[in-house]
Design a protein around this ligand. Structure first.
Ligand SMILES: Cc1ncc(COP(=O)(O)O)c(C=O)c1O
Length: 271
């Protein structure tokens, strides 16, 4: 991998650096290390300059490691209550990281990379400065969570699940053949909840995918007469990242034609 990619790793603990000290490779003489900073997500990342100083000292003492810069992830943005809050979290992350880099540069440290970001924060890229790298991931597809947050429109969502109506047991209930194995269980990112539906049904925007079994989706609808058994429904999933990882292949559609089929090669790699 090192022959085709510029690999960087991130740490936020002394134990993490000690583990990296054991790393030896013919291809990578000096492994580039980023220190992760907590900018409010409260997942990984260090909280103060003292912790950074201790990590830097250990990294520079290792002959196989080189300090490369700082990274953060503004995943807390998925809990934003409104556009104002979304904007402020994006700007705060960048400001925070810019200030950390400045603090260390003022002390003579070479900071090569300041890496931040998330898909919702990328909406405010034009207001952000002092940053070298931005890492939106979901951005390639967008999904219903991004729509609910207000950073994308349904037309911006590139990934969909095609399901089939298999039953209409009552006037207000329609059953499809897509359940948790296809749509996933997320109703928001990072365990947040932003929608009450397990996806957005494109042709029937009022339908709520209320419950999921593994292979069944239970839709609450106004009038099941508007649905036909056998009808195909296009569903924008709530969380495109998790849904992509549920399938072996994706059909590539241009206009209405299937033009290719791609293997999802990164799937099933968690060991
Ligand atoms: C460390 C890190 N960087 C970047 C991203 C991409 O963020 P998003 O999913 O908002 O595109 C993620 C997603 O979980 C992440 O964990």
């Amino acid at each position: 991998l090192a022959q085709s990619a510029d690999i960087k790793v991130c740490v936020d603990s002394m134990e993490g650096v000690r583990q990296l000290q054991k790393f030896r490779s013919e291809d990578v003489k000096s492994l580039k290390v980023l220190i992760e900073i907590n900018t409010g997500m409260n997942r990984c990342g260090v909280d103060n300059h003292q912790q950074v100083a201790e990590l830097m000292e250990l990294i520079s003492a290792a002959d196989n490691l080189s300090f490369h810069g700082f990274m953060s992830h503004s995943g807390n943005i998925y809990g934003a209550e409104n556009i104002r809050e979304l904007h402020d979290i994006a700007i705060d992350e960048a400001r925070h990281m810019h200030a950390v880099a400045k603090y260390w540069r003022n002390r003579g440290v070479t900071v090569n990379t300041v890496s931040v970001g998330s898909t919702p924060a990328s909406k405010y890229l034009n207001e952000i400065s002092g940053i070298d790298e931005f890492r939106p991931g979901n951005y390639v597809f967008n999904d219903f969570i991004q729509v609910c947050l207000g950073v994308a429109e349904i037309e911006d969502c590139a990934l969909s699940i095609i399901s089939t109506v298999i039953s209409k047991p009552s006037a207000g209930r329609v059953i499809i053949d897509a359940g948790s194995k296809s749509l996933g269980l997320d109703k928001g990112a990072h365990s947040k909840q932003i929608t009450n539906s397990f996806g957005f049904v494109k042709e029937h925007p009022g339908a709520i995918i209320e419950r999921l079994s593994e292979e069944h989706g239970i839709l609450r609808v106004k009038d099941s007469n508007e649905f036909m058994i056998g009808e195909k429904l296009i569903i924008i999933p709530n969380h495109a990242c998790a849904v992509t990882n549920l399938f072996d292949e994706a059909l590539i559609i241009k206009d209405t034609q299937v033009v290719d089929e791609w293997k999802i090669t990164a799937r099933g790699k968690v060991k």
